[in-house]
Design a binder for this molecule. Structure first.
Ligand code: FMN
Length: 346
């Protein structure tokens, strides 16, 4: 129903995304998209690049007077640091990054050809697209948020900050875990009918596709493995005002690959950034002799920003699933279909 394509290198002219399938009639305030882009740039432990870039989008197609036309929407975010042609060669791959595998796969003579696109600068596009999807989902009472739960094994606010400060001091990096919560998702997004329609698989795939994410859990997740069924499954209740409901939410709002009306709750783990100021052992790709890995200007900890990117990836998946369920080429038709469905399932 919904698809997007992004393009752009980390130090190229711009990052661009084309979102196709958004219905007509949605008021798309660039200010709201810029707010999301700004959230992606924040968090304690970010590198100098984030001080240079002040990401702001231009919407160059798909709108008339700020309202969507149902045609492809193009978002363009210019890079302030447009220096791709002048950057130094990278010849010692960084362990943990795409450098070595990418260099061998594409046959470059310089690893820069890999890292310009493997860099998470491309997540600007995910966030731009996600912001539009969020505006759409908001029309139906859905809201997505994220929260950092732990950094380097510490879960207190103070402990997390200290861990990042320690990483900065030690010239190291650190990862962590964040949570994503979707409030207001109706029953019925996704399906058990075929593997590629399952909402849990689609959300997990969206989050796992973010650079640096190494694990996703839905609701109780790996915790399911430690308990009996009677302890974990969410009993079902009904009353006239609420309709069907659960008192617990171990399922994380998804059963049988379908949203069940409860909050959708997901967890993800972000690994420590692989560019280290104190680099690990590597190999010079020209001489094949051992050498320290390349050092690039880099972030120290991006768990908070990764949460914002993950919100956006989820917004895209949910908007797609929502359009599958409720169809329609314009917002009014979709609202009518949504209203009829809500009435029926009551
Ligand atoms: C918002 C965000 C910012 C990131 N910033 C950096 C960075 O500054 N330096 C770095 O080495 N990796 C950074 N990463 C992670 C790398 O992009 C990622 O580890 C790399 O592309 C290899 O992919 P993989 O970790 O999924 O294997 C960032 C990831 C995200 C989500």
């Amino acid at each position: 129903m919904l698809r997007y394509l992004s393009a752009g290198e980390s130090h190229g002219k711009a990052i661009v995304a084309i979102l196709e399938g958004m219905p007509a009639g949605i008021n798309l305030e660039p200010g709201r998209i810029n707010q999301e882009l700004k959230r992606r740039q924040q968090g304690f432990g970010r590198g100098r690049r984030m001080q240079i870039e002040k990401d702001r989008c231009q919407i160059i197609s798909g709108l008339k007077n700020g309202v969507s036309l149902g045609s492809p929407i193009t978002i363009l975010i210019q890079n302030k640091d447009f220096s791709i042609e002048k950057l130094k060669k990278v010849i010692s791959p960084r362990p943990g990054h795409a450098d070595l595998a990418g260099f061998l796969k594409y046959g470059f003579s310089d690893i820069r050809g890999v890292l310009e696109r493997a860099s998470a600068r491309s997540t600007v596009a995910t966030v731009g697209v996600g912001a539009i999807c969020k505006i759409f989902l908001n029309q139906f009472g859905m809201a997505i948020s994220s929260k950092v739960l732990s950094i380097g094994g510490n879960n207190s606010k103070q402990g997390m900050r200290e861990k990042i400060s320690e990483a900065i001091k030690m010239k190291d990096t650190v990862g962590g875990i964040f949570e994503i919560v979707v409030k207001g998702a109706p029953v019925g997004l996704g399906s058990y009918a075929h593997p590629d329609r399952r909402l849990d698989g689609r959300l997990a795939g969206g989050i796992m596709s973010i650079p640096g994410i190494k694990g996703v859990e839905v609701g109780l997740g790996f915790g399911y493995a430690e308990k009996f069924g009677s302890e974990v499954h969410d009993a079902i209740y009904y009353n006239k005002s609420k309709g069907y409901f659960h008192k617990t939410n171990n399922a994380g709002g998804i059963e049988g690959g379908i949203s069940n009306g409860e909050d959708i709750v997901l967890y993800a783990c972000m690994k420590p950034i692989s560019t280290l100021v104190n680099p690990l052992e590597s190999v010079n790709i020209i001489t094949k002799k051992s050498s320290k890995a390349a050092v690039e200007r880099s972030d120290i900890c991006v768990v908070e920003a990764a949460g914002v990117v993950a919100e956006s990836a989820c917004a895209f998946v949910l908007a797609d699933a929502f359009l599958e369920k409720f169809g329609g080429d314009n917002l009014k038709d979709i609202k009518l279909s949504f209203k009829n469905y809500t009435k029926r399932i009551r």
